[in-house]
Write a protein that binds this ligand. Structure first.
Ligand code: FNR
Length: 382
């Protein structure tokens, strides 16, 4: 490629050239047939625009707020693990890019830099993502470390009771480097020939019995009640809320049924996500189920989306179908692998530029002007 990359796809190509095959496959790959991985991107392409003309678009404003935090654009950084495999500065470079771009970074619990290192490296608005471990004390420690270090929300990922089958990682015999946040707390040994990324951690540590009662668990509630005395109602406290005062977002919802449950247990927001096609293959593209979730939630909490966002037009489409903002996973890693902190900033900047142009060309000077009637999905008749 000659010159600077001009879009996310070109960053992906640079990342492919920059990384050892094993790491590129780890970041870019999906589960099994990779159907969902591809569909996440393709489904955006099947949505077209219904642009309006002769609207004053001389000024475009896409700044927004997420959980009350002002950000420059409705584009946040999704949690993804092991950034040092992409660049020596790892999540520190990513967080600095988030700060420079004035957006929110969600730090993965399986990051290569610690909660504390990332917190002290810059003043980005940070959320912290958790998987719930069998030993709940480990999860509690992580959440409390995040809270102490100024992370503003907990993002509970619910689509990994077990890791998806990522065949490229199996073939490459991908080995997990130490998971810095939980080093020494859980075993990450891989004990079979098919051992792949995070498999040891997942088998040993992830609590596959986790269910909705983690929000309403009576044992924990009663214990918590005795700690908190009369200040709070017992039924308002679930396990997770008993260990943190931070708002909790739930990530990995794909159906109206789960969206309704999530609102009932009192989450602060929902991320429609299929883990970037890395978990259950043949789940639908996230953009195709966004409206179902948005309707089920009925405005009670904000709904976010990730999966397949590669263009500013994709961001616009997600907003038109009801998302408050999107998160980007692989585009960030590709920027990081290609050009470190600068690359991540550039990726976010390009998406913002593309979003601005899309808003101008479709007659939407501000976020509130973007409506359902600005897009047409493949099932709608012309
Ligand atoms: C992820 N994702 C993820 N999600 C999560 O909750 N915790 C994690 O540790 C990770 N790790 C991770 C690693 C890598 C390499 C990828 C690509 C993804 C999923 C991520 O948050 C997000 O849902 C998807 O990446 C969104 O899809 P796109 O933007 O990559 O298409």
């Amino acid at each position: 490629m000659v010159g600077e990359p001009v879009n996310v796809n070109e960053f992906q190509e640079l990342a492919r050239q920059a990384l050892p095959k094993m790491y590129y496959d780890f970041f870019s790959g999906g589960a099994e047939d990779q159907h969902t991985l591809k569909e996440n991107v393709e489904a955006f392409r099947r949505i077209t625009f219904r642009p309006r003309m002769l609207v004053d678009v001389s000024r475009i404003d896409f700044s927004t707020t997420v959980l009350g935090y002002n950000i420059s654009a409705p584009i946040m950084i999704a949690p993804s693990g092991l950034h040092k495999l992409a660049h020596p500065e790892g999540e520190i470079a990513t967080a600095r890019a988030a700060a420079a771009s004035n957006t929110i970074m969600v730090l993965s619990s399986v990051s290569s830099c610690t909660i504390e290192e990332v917190a002290s490296s810059c003043n980005a608005i940070r959320f912290f993502q958790i998987y719930v471990c069998k030993n709940r004390d480990i999860s509690a420690q992580l959440v409390q470390r995040a809270e102490r270090n100024g992370y503003k929300a907990i993002v509970l990922t619910v689509d990994v009771p077990r890791p998806g089958r990522r065949e490229a990682d199996i073939k490459n015999k991908m080995i997990v480097p130490p998971l810095k946040n939980i080093e020494g707390l859980v075993s990450t040994e891989v004990d079979n020939d098919e051992g792949s990324i995070l498999e040891g951690f997942s088998k040993e540590a992830l609590d596959a019995s986790l269910c909705w009662s983690c929000f309403t668990d009576t044992d924990f509630s009663i214990r918590c009640f005795s700690w908190c005395f009369y200040n709070v109602k017992v039924e308002d406290i679930g396990w997770l809320r008993s260990i943190t005062n931070l708002p909790i977002l739930i990530k990995g919802v794909l159906t109206r049924e789960d969206a309704i449950k999530a609102t009932e247990v009192g989450v602060a927001g929902i991320v429609v996500s299929n883990h970037g096609g890395r978990q259950l293959d043949y789940t639908p593209a996230t953009i195709t189920v966004l409206e179902e979730v948005v309707h089920a939630v009925g405005g009670k909490v904000p709904v976010f989306l990730d999966g397949g966002v590669r263009r500013g037009t994709d961001v616009f489409k997600a907003l038109a179908l009801g998302a408050q903002a999107v998160l980007i996973g692989r585009p960030v890693v590709y920027g990081l692998a290609a050009k470190g902190e600068y690359g991540v900033r550039k990726v976010i900047h390009m998406l913002k530029d593309e979003l601005e142009l899309t808003m101008a060309l479709s007659g939407c000077p501000s976020m509130k002007d973007i409506t359902r009637s600005h897009v047409r999905t493949e099932h709608e008749k012309i």
